[in-house]
Write a protein that binds this ligand. Structure first.
Ligand SMILES: [Cu+2]
Length: 295
């Protein structure tokens, strides 16, 4: 029993990907053999998941009904079971029903569907804006509200990702860092060809088009690490321009901004906790604990 429990716990840890992250941080990334959508990190993705589940119920009912009718026809109305078929060609009640019922189903689907579309397209008053630029083959991020911090975000080699406890082909050197529980408006463009900035757990996929500025928004609800990928076939290294977003508490974000302005983004990123490289803060705390133990 204990072994099963331990196994289950290990599975859970692996599934949530907590192994490399700091306490209280969630890690959302695609998992091997994953059957469902990634867990939601934003209210938008929760709405997307809800609509998906709702549609799944409706489609299951419809498919089951059609299958039942098919089986009924195959079994009861084949040439052997029913040698003299009826000559009926019209049935007004049935015809009215099979017109009205699908219309009603579509109306029922349209209500949550349009609500979601509204949620996606009408951007609430943002707390800050981030500019995302797609390049062959990496992303650039700018923070116009934070004194114009700007940096490139490149994929990590397999070895580096491994050393940092991050997933292969999804981890980057400099993640997009955002505060949690803040509405972040994203403006997206590209410098060369069409890319698509996509983070599945945000319910977000927005094309990055040269000469055009697209906009979207998200609000991360919990500190964590969220992985995504370019989702528009953009060239030979399309598979090697992943997206990593770090959601951090506001105080930590402000400290990160200050550090990024004065010492650069690489230095600022060292302050971020977890992911196999303890943050400066974490290291200090650990050193403090060791010191107090020795006394
Ligand atoms: Cu791309």
């Amino acid at each position: 029993m204990m072994r099963i429990l331990a196994g289950f716990h290990a599975l859970l840890l692996a599934a949530v990907g907590l192994a490399g992250a700091a306490a209280g941080e969630i890690v959302i990334k695609p998992e091997p053999w994953q059957m469902n959508l990634q867990s939601p990190a934003t209210p938008m993705m929760r709405s997307v998941s809800d609509l998906h589940s709702f549609l799944l119920i409706i489609i299951t009912v419809i498919v089951s009904f059609v299958l039942a009718l098919l089986l009924l026809i195959i079994l009861r109305f084949n040439a052997r079971a029913n040698p003299t078929p009826a000559k009926t060609t019209h049935n007004t009640t049935l015809e009215v029903l099979w017109t009205i019922v699908p219309v009603l189903i579509l109306v029922i689907i349209a209500v949550p569907s349009f609500r979601l579309l509204y949620q996606q397209r009408v951007i609430p008053q943002p707390d800050m804006t981030v500019k995302v630029t797609g390049n062959k083959w990496y992303w650039s991020y700018e923070y116009p509200d934070q004194g114009g911090i700007a940096f490139d975000s490149n994929i990590l080699s397999d070895q580096d990702a491994d050393a940092r406890g991050e997933p292969r082909h999804l981890a980057v050197d400099n993640p997009l860092v955002v505060p949690v529980n803040k509405t972040v408006k994203v403006i997206v463009t590209a410098s060369d060809v069409i890319h698509s900035w996509t983070v599945a757990s945000f319910g977000q996929k927005i094309d990055a088009i040269p000469g055009r500025l697209n906009e979207d928004w998200f609000r991360v609800e919990q500190p964590g690490v969220f992985y995504g990928q370019c989702s528009e076939l953009c060239g030979k290294d399309h598979a090697f321009m992943p997206v990593t977003v770090r959601g951090v508490p506001e105080a930590e974000f402000n400290a990160w901004v200050e550090k990024a302005k004065t010492a650069g983004v690489e230095e600022a990123n060292k302050m971020l906790a977890g992911l196999g490289r303890p943050s400066a803060r974490f290291a200090e705390a650990a050193a403090g604990a060791v010191a107090s133990e020795k006394q």
